[in-house]
Structure formats: structure tokens, C-alpha cells
Design a protein around this ligand. Structure first.
Ligand code: ZN
Length: 291
């Protein structure tokens, strides 16, 4: 059976895998994201070693142009990452490897992987949100990633910000105190002048963090009505956040939505990823497979 290739293209590292799924990864490589030319050359070299492939999936950091009729299809657009603005990911890989290349955001790919193999196998409408160096979200409706004008940018939704209680102006370079600006890992680090890893579990930072995460998630929940929400990313490795966020979501909803998932079932509704930090690269394999 011909193998598939998957690339998780991240702002700090690229992860490449050859295989068909979590139990069938034949080769894997990870390397730091440097210049586009050097990084893409390493991707090409890795996959040439493992040819032939049936197809390649690319799970990219964003924003990325996913409009099939756009001249910039498959390019990263307005990233703050130096040197990576308007870089075409798909064209050079397709030309160098001679295989179909399918692309989506890293978070849509992670949602696909969790749906196919992980924590959301039994539902078809779900949201995957990562809280780490930024906040990003992938939305699957009927098992398919949602695209429209562009792709969803959940990290930049607005949440109430009580400046009397929390005078921190926010860390988003575009919006200041959007969701990501208030609740990403870098926002935690700047607000508390401490890397999040060093903040003890009992620090008041976590209660405020849970509050902001719940506010954003309630907006997503009320808009998309997902059957499950999967929360990943570096910040969510602080697992004490899960019960705090669940309780705050229930409180914010005020009993309005009538579903057992949002009451006694909340522990199974808002869950960590089953695939951990492999969801992105596995999602790239799912994309290669035509997911
Ligand atoms: Zn923003």
C-alpha cells in the first residue's frame, strides 16, 4: 500500500511523517523552522528519502490562503514570523515531490486527527482549540473543516475585559486584548512577569486564565454548537485548568442550554486531546488521505 506524507508546519518547528496513522508511522523527522528556502528544502529531502508517496498533507500555521481559486492558494499570508509572509508552501512541495498536496490550518488538521483517531471519534461536529504561543481553533462540521471567506480565526475573537480587575492591555500585535492577546502563553508571561511553566498551580493567574478561556469557549459553543470541544496546546498541559474552565462554562451558560453534555456530562464534553502534541502531524496525514 502506498504511503502518505504529512507535514506539520509550525512557527518554531516542522514535523514530517510518513505513514498512514498513529499506529503506522514509518518515519518521522522534526527540525527548527529557519528560512523558508532552507526549511522547505529539508522537507523535500526527507520525503524524497521515503518516496514514493501517494499524497502529501500540510498542516500549516496561519493565516494561510485556502481558497482554491486564489492565486495565492497554499501560501502563508500575514504571519508576524519574519521572512514567512506570503510564502508559498504548496507549490514548491508539489513541484519538488510530484504528488498531490493538500493543505489546511494546523488546528483544522488537529481537529481532523482527533476526529479520526482521538478524543472526538464518536461525534461529527467538534472544535479543537490550542492554547499555547497563540490561540487557534479548527472547526469541523459534519466531519469537514469549516472554510468560508478565509478560515476561522478563533484566537482573535473578543471577550469581555474588565480593565479595573485586569489592567493588562493584551499581547496581540493586531488587536491588543483579543482572546489570544489576553490568554495565550505569551500573554500569561507578560502579565505575570513569569513564564507560565513557573507559575505554581495555586497562583491567581490560573483562575483568571480559566475565566478568559471559558468566555471565549462559550462564544464558540453558542455559535457552532459543537458536540465536543478538545483543548490542547502548551498552556493546557496545566491540567488543573480543565475543571476550572468546565465550571466557569456551566456558570456562564446560566442553565440556558438544555443538554446533559453541559451539565453532568461536562467532563466528557471539554476534554484534552487523545493524540497529545501529535495531533497536528497526524492531521496532516489525514489531509493527505483526502480527509
Ligand atoms: Zn488578536
Amino acid at each position: 500500500m502506498t504511503l502518505l506524507g504529512g507535514v506539520e508546519a509550525g512557527g518554531t518547528k516542522f514535523v514530517c511523517a510518513v505513514g498512514r496513522g498513529p499506529d503506522d508511522v514509518r518515519a518521522e523527522a522534526r527540525f527548527a523552522t529557519t528560512t523558508p528556502a532552507e526549511t522547505l528544502a529539508r522537507v523535500v529531502a526527507f520525503f524524497r528519502e521515503h518516496a514514493p508517496l501517494a499524497a502529501l498533507g500540510v498542516a500549516s500555521f496561519g493565516p494561510v490562503d485556502l481558497h482554491p481559486r486564489s492565486p495565492a492558494f497554499g501560501s502563508i499570508t500575514t504571519t508576524p514570523k519574519p521572512g514567512w509572509q506570503h510564502v508559498d508552501l504548496v507549490g514548491p512541495l508539489r513541484r519538488a515531490l510530484g504528488v498531490p498536496v493538500r493543505v489546511d490550518t494546523d488546528v483544522s488538521a488537529a481537529a481532523l486527527a482527533e476526529h479520526r483517531w482521538g478524543a472526538a471519534r464518536d461525534v461529527t461536529t467538534l472544535v479543537y482549540v490550542t492554547i499555547g504561543t497563540g490561540i487557534g481553533g479548527g472547526i469541523l462540521v459534519n466531519g469537514r473543516p469549516v472554510h468560508g471567506l478565509l478560515h476561522p480565526e478563533l484566537g482573535h475573537v473578543r471577550v469581555p475585559h474588565d480593565r479595573a480587575a485586569d489592567p493588562f492591555p493584551g499581547a496581540c500585535p493586531h488587536h491588543g486584548d483579543c482572546w489570544e492577546g489576553l490568554a495565550s502563553g505569551p500573554a500569561l508571561a507578560v502579565r505575570w512577569r513569569q513564564t507560565p511553566e513557573r507559575l505554581p498551580d495555586t497562583h491567581p493567574a490560573w483562575e483568571l486564565e480559566a475565566r478568559y478561556l471559558a468566555l471565549g469557549l462559550v462564544n464558540v459553543l453558542l455559535t457552532v454548537s459543537p458536540e465536543r470541544i478538545v483543548l490542547g496546546g502548551g498552556v493546557m498541559t496545566r491540567t488543573q485548568l480543565f475543571p476550572l474552565i468546565r465550571a466557569e462554562i456551566v456558570r456562564l451558560l446560566g442553565g440556558y442550554l438544555q443538554s446533559p453534555a453541559l451539565k453532568e456530562g461536562i467532563d466528557d464534553y471539554l476534554v484534552p486531546p487523545a493524540l497529545g502534541d501529535r495531533a497536528g502531524v497526524l492531521g496532516a496525514l489525514a489531509l493527505a488521505d483526502g480527509a
